[in-house]
Design a protein around this ligand. Sequence first.
Ligand SMILES: CCCCC/C=C\C/C=C\CC/C=C/CC(=O)SCCNC(=O)CCNC(=O)[C@H](O)C(C)(C)COP(=O)(O)OP(=O)(O)OC[C@H]1O[C@@H](n2cnc3c(N)ncnc32)[C@H](O)[C@@H]1OP(=O)(O)O
Length: 289
Amino acid sequence: MALAAAGRVLLQAGSRLGRREVVDGARRFANKRVEVEADEAAGIAVMKLKNPPVNSLSLEFLTEFLISLEKLENNKNFRGVILTSERPGVFSAGLDLMEMYGRNPAHYAEYWRAVQELWLRLYLSNMILVCAINGTSPAGGCLMALTCDHRIMADNPKYTIGLNESQLGIVAPFWFKDNFVNTVGYRTAEHALQLGLLFPPAEALKLGIVDEVVPEDQVHSKAQSVMAQWMAIPDHSRQLTKNMMRKAMADNLIKQREADIQNFVSFISRDSIQKSLHTYLEKLKQKKG
Ligand SMILES: CCCCC/C=C\C/C=C\CC/C=C/CC(=O)SCCNC(=O)CCNC(=O)[C@H](O)C(C)(C)COP(=O)(O)OP(=O)(O)OC[C@H]1O[C@@H](n2cnc3c(N)ncnc32)[C@H](O)[C@@H]1OP(=O)(O)O
């Protein structure tokens, strides 16, 4: 119920933004920041993140992504989604720092609700989600991948993945942490979260952050073959199993969603946290020059 209501709000937000869908032979639909190649006969869609330069999860991106995902969820012909980046090299730079820096409390609250919504929708999706991680994927980018049923990463040592929040002077919220713990185990998570570690593909595979590492040019074909394997399982048994494994963790956020928003707003509004974000943003800029 809560999810449906939030979804309606996002749909309204989408039309406020005035997005027009481009339908191309009923097989491809795109808004500005998400491209969907939808093969209805096969029941599979490829969702490509397309928010240059680094696929940061801005409020506009989140809104467009959720609308596209909902379209697929509402069409019973779609059973599987492959999530990937339209720009190889960066899967996603995570949450958009500019949504969390120098804004007002109402904006922080709106943003955080959308971030929660993204996680809940992906984590509880009835569809099979396969993540084709074709680039670097810190923090919120890693979280997106963690919601998927299977993760394939490109074998490029330049790419890293992990929850690096503590390096920014911020804290991974409890549901990021829970999702990570359930993936890699408590000790690995405790260590990696405190240090804000980002792992290259081989290490990420060893720790179980990703399920497979394949040559960069095979990420997409591997994702298709993994999807075929998952699609051979009857939907009802797979979905019931997925729900059994995930419901408790999602419910834990759903029941304290408003408190989590308030926590985020008061945390991110602190002067000390804003200073940390400022320093981090400056570091990103200096890296260039
Ligand atoms: C006990 C109390 C607890 C209470 C807790 C309550 C709540 C929790 C509070 C907060 C939690 C918030 C959670 C946040 C999770 C996140 O996702 S934070 C984001 C983390 N992301 C990163 O650290 C990635 C930063 N980016 C990079 O490392 C690099 O950009 C890259 C991804 C490796 C790509 O490198 P590349 O060289 O290709 O590009 P540039 O670095 O030159 O970047 C281009 C351009 O993009 C800007 N940019 C990069 N990342 C972001 C971003 N995440 N958001 C916004 N903008 C970004 C960069 O600054 C450049 O901009 P330009 O100089 O204007 O061109």
